[in-house]
Write a protein that binds this ligand. Structure first.
Ligand code: NAD
Ligand code: DAU
Length: 349
């Protein structure tokens, strides 16, 4: 790729997107990185504070659901590639308000696909998806790239639908696409509505730790920077038209994970072991709650040579330390103050 390579990253102000933007800014100084984000409640430009003055970084506030705006943006910039992470991402919110998920995850993705296939330029469209499209496993087995789609929540149904559209644009229009389906991520800058950051914040504040149902559901956890390294590799080396599963071979029952987190936090906070566990509170189960996700990432390992850089114990320790060093970040997110960062940094330039 040449010195003027322009890459559009959507959803770069979110949790995973911010790690991907940072990695690309640092590793590829010759690329111009355009971060397109609507700044919904999940978008936080403070996540990118350390790199947002870099000469190869550009922020664009905008909505992928707005097809006219997307077409204009592509005419203006003629991007060389797209890494698409913008989405509504929280299952519980999708149960409360499914239509937002259809708009952003399905319509927004199709708008980007339409813009990406226009003109003569061959550009790569990389769609970031989730293991939830495969549905739920029993007590054994792993999701492979051949597993049939069987989504159960409005969130996973919207992601499955967008995956189908992306493949349809490869088959129908010959668009250069790759898709990856990743398991649960954790790490710095994770919005504290999701299990791990919510629990860290609640332990810190001595608030109840809500565990859905009996806490028997299993998730396969991957450190977010290891997902970002997989995204980098797949964007550059992934075979056109292919899907790659990404996961850490790291399954945890929710209740075991919370107990382990409680112990880690007790040590870090200098509390007597067992103190935080007393905050565990079993609450009503999530509707349609998938029992178990677990990823077979052997294709990505064998074909592209990817492997995670940290064990779960190391990753969780790094994560807890990050949150305890960045309580101000947590407080600005939970108070809503983070929403002012865009106004302060971008509207008066
Ligand atoms: P997130 O909710 O933290 O961030 C999503 C970002 O997209 C936010 O910055 C938000 O402002 C932006 N956005 C939302 N709607 C938009 C719109 N209409 N136009 C432009 N921007 C919009 O999400 P995340 O956890 O970082 O997930 C990123 C992607 O990775 C999603 O596609 C998600 O499905 C996928 N994924 C997430 C996980 C996980 O564990 N978090 C695992 C596998 C795959
Ligand atoms: O598997 C990948 C998916 O992982 C991503 O596609 C999603 O965007 C991401 O949000 C995540 O989905 P989950 O539903 O698995 O994540 P969440 O953190 O919401 O929940 C993890 C597990 O913990 C799940 O079994 C529900 C449970 N849970 C969650 C919350 C928020 C609780 O028991 N209590 C809680 O308060």
């Amino acid at each position: 790729m040449g010195s003027t390579t322009k890459i559009l990253i959507t959803g770069g102000a979110g949790f995973i997107g911010s790690h991907v933007v940072r990695r690309f800014i640092k590793n590829y100084p010759s690329y111009q990185i355009y971060n397109l984000d609507k700044l919904t409640y999940a978008g936080n430009l403070e996540n990118l504070r350390d790199i947002d003055k870099s000469p190869n970084y550009h922020f664009i506030k905008g909505d992928i659901v707005d097809s006219e705006f997307i077409q204009q943006l592509f005419s203006e910039h003629d991007f060389d590639g797209i890494i698409h992470l913008a989405a509504e991402s929280h299952v519980d919110r999708s149960i409360a308000n499914p239509i937002e998920f259809v708009m952003t995850n399905v319509v927004g993705t199709v708008n980007l696909l339409n813009a990406a296939r226009k003109g003569d330029k061959k550009r790569r469209f990389y769609h970031i998806s989730t293991d939830e499209v495969y549905g739920s496993l029993g007590t054994s087995g792993l999701f492979s790239e051949q597993t049939k789609y069987d989504p159960h929540s409005p969130y996973s149904a919207s992601k499955a639908s967008s995956d189908h559209f992306v493949r349809a644009y490869y088959d129908t229009y010959g668009l250069d696409i790759v898709i990856s389906n990743c398991s649960n991520n954790y790490g710095p800058n994770h919005f504290p509505e999701k299990l791990i950051p919510l629990s860290i914040n609640n332990i810190r504040n001595n608030n109840a730790l809500p565990v859905y149902g009996k806490g028997e559901n299993v998730r396969d956890w991957l450190y977010v920077e290891d997902h970002a390294s997989a995204i980098d590799l797949i964007y550059h080396k992934g075979k056109s038209g292919e899907t790659y599963n990404v996961g850490g071979l790291n399954e945890w029952k929710n209740i075991d994970l919370i107990r382990f987190l409680c112990k880690t936090m007790d040590v870090k906070l200098g509390r007597e072991i067992g103190t935080s566990e007393r905050l565990i509170t079993f609450v009503k189960d999530r509707a349609g709650h998938d029992l178990r996700y677990a990823i077979d990432a052997s294709k990505l390992r064998n074909e592209l040579g990817w492997k995670p850089s940290v064990t779960f114990e190391e990753g969780l320790e790094k994560t807890v330390e990050w949150y305890l060093r960045n309580t101000a970040w947590l407080d600005r997110v939970t108070s809503g103050e983070y929403r002012n960062y865009y106004e302060q940094q971008y509207t008066h330039r």
